[in-house]
Ligand binder design. Sequence first.
Ligand SMILES: [Zn+2]
Length: 356
Amino acid sequence: MTRMCKWILAALFCAALMGGMALAASTAVPLAPLPTPSAASGAQTPASTALPTERPLATEAPAETPQAEPAPARPQASPSATEAPTQASEASPTQTPYPTPTPGIALTPTASAAAEASATPGASAAPEDIFASLPADMPTVPPLATREPGRLTGVRIGIDPGHQAQGNSEQEAVAPGSSETKAKVSTGTYGRFTGVPEHEVNLAVSLKLRDALEALGCEVYMTRETADVDISNQERAIMMNELGVDLVLRIHCNGSTNESAQGIGLYIRATGTNADECLRAAEALLPAMVEATGAESDGIFRRDTYTGLNWSEVPSILVEMGFMTNEEEDHKLNDPAYQDQLVEGMVEGVCAYMGR
Ligand SMILES: [Zn+2]
C-alpha cells in the first residue's frame, strides 16, 4: 500500500467518523419540550377553570322535559322510546354517501326553512324572521392549504357547547330587565337514529373547533369542556361578556317534527346594540360552513327569544349544525369526518369575519 493510499484511506475513515458523529449529534440533541396540548389549552382557556362545577346539579327538575332552547319555531318531536328503533330499522336504502364540499355551491338559504314552516303545524316563523339575502358575490373560501399558523393570532373566540348532561329547569330572565323567564338550561334534543344526546355532539365538535382555532394562533375560551356541569344560558353569556371575546359561537344541533328538515341554520338576536354586528358575523359564517360541508343552508334567523343571545354583549351566533331528527344528518353529525368539515367551515367563517 502506497503512502498516498494510506492518506486516502485515513481521510475516508475520518470523513466517515465525522459524518457519524454529526449524525449522532443531530439525533442526540434534545428538542426543546413542546407545550403539551392540555397545558396550552389550560393556559388559553382560563374560563374553563372558572366553571361553576361545584354547583349541585338540578336533581329537583320536574319530569317535564324543558323545551329545547334554540328552536321555538321548531317544535321538537316528543322523545319516544319506541320511535328511534322503529325508524332506525327502516333505514332508507337510498341513503347517499356524505356530499363532498362543492366550491361555489348555490345557496338556497330559506328553502328548507320555508318548507318546514309550512309543513309544521303551529310554526310561527314570520317571513321577517328569516333573513334570506346572502351576498350574491360571496367570497370563495380559501382552501385548507393556504392556512398559516398565525392566521388568527390576536383573535379571541368564545365557544359554548350547548346544553349539558342534566338540564336545569330553574328559571332565569330571558333578557336583561325582562320579567319573562325560561329554564336555565334545557336538555336539548337527541339523535332519533343514533340515540346520541345533543350535548355530546355539541361538545365533540366544540373541542375539535377549539383545537383547530388554537392551531391558527387564536385564543379560545370554552364555557364547558365536560358534560357534568351546571351553567345556565345567562351565565354562559355573561362569562363571555366579561372575557370580551371577539365572537361567541354557541354550538347546537337542531330538531324538528318534520323529519325531512335539514341543513345548517344560524340564529342571532334581532335587536340590541350589536345586532348588526351579529348579522355581519353570521353572513361570513354560513357560506363558509355550507361550502365546507356540502350541507343545505337553512338560513339566518333573527330572534329575541334566546336567553344566551339576549344577554350577550359581544357578537354571538347560535349555530344549528344540522337536524338530529333527520336520518342522514343525525348520522353525519356523529361522524368524526363530517365533524371535521363542520369545524373547517366554522374556522374559515371566523377567518372571513375577522378579515384574516
Ligand atoms: Zn341545542
